[in-house]
Design a protein around this ligand. Sequence first.
Ligand code: NCD
Ligand code: ZN
Ligand code: ZN
Length: 345
Amino acid sequence: MRSLTFRRPDDWHVHFRDGVMMKTVVPYTARAFGRAIIMPNLTPPVTTAAMAEAYRQRIMECVPAGTDFTPLMTCYLTDHTDAADLVAGHKAGIFTAAKLYPAHATTNSAHGVTSIDHIMNVLEAMAENGIPLLTHGEVTRADVDIFDREARFAEEILAPLLQRLPELRVVMEHITTEQGAALVLAHKHRMGATITPQHLLYNRNALFQGGLRPHMYCLPVLKREKHRQALRKAATGGETCFFLGTDTAPHLRHLKESDCGCAGVFSAPVAVAAYLQVFAEENALDRFEAFASLNGPAFYRMAPNEERVTYVERPARIAEEIEVDGAGKLVSLFSGEAAPWSLAA
Ligand code: NCD
Ligand code: ZN
Ligand code: ZN
């Protein structure tokens, strides 16, 4: 049985939601990860430093006693973001980064940015103050095929923006295509990318395996096999610009198994095991620690975690569903199956 000891990892892309859902999901992330970037797409979105600080405190109330976990807060950019509040919030240590949701690109993005031109003053202030821009990188025009939305964003929005603001540091979140990976690599001195477990494990066939599979549906949507292969190469290839970000995105079971199902894969309970499976399959376990525990902190200019954890290649049965206190149930990645790795006792 193989085992691997590495620094406690961080998750650089997490959705915790709020209320009973948050209470249910926070412990899974807090047990496995030292820090996490908390996405701000609540209703209403987290748009000010005061809202972020209040949200951070609500999160901390859900962290199990004795668990060392730090949530890193982000600001949801809108057409009306107050640059001064963002910069002050960053200086005060409340905001780690700001998140660009193109309007209507994904879950709770109705208040998102309608055009980059509307937030140029904010982006300039971010470049000046070293505040990273995190992007949901998809164009949203109806005439663009859903499978092309990320590649078009890279080409039409991100590449020109990088040219316009040479000091701006950018994370392309949850990359799903070879074009996304290539753009990040070409600007690796100031760009990073998170890669999710599902985009490393599955291609778009998984959405239709024997029928429609709502729990495989997330945004950006799963892509062709050649893109999955490109992402595997990026994650395991030793380039420091690629790092762990699960995009764990819980939605209640009945809201995913629905006429208009929500986008998002809930992966927190099995995320580390899922990534380990990928690295084991690629014979790249020696590069796992860099991806999971070193490259992210380096991009965010933070020290890596000191604590070490050990995972063993011992399958662990994953529950069919998880109860969310009176609201409904959650179905996680690998639910009803076995996760191939587990935390050593
Ligand atoms: C995320 C969510 O549910 O908040 N969903 C998803 O499919 N990834 C939003 C996002 O990260 O785009
Ligand atoms: Zn997104
Ligand atoms: Zn997300």
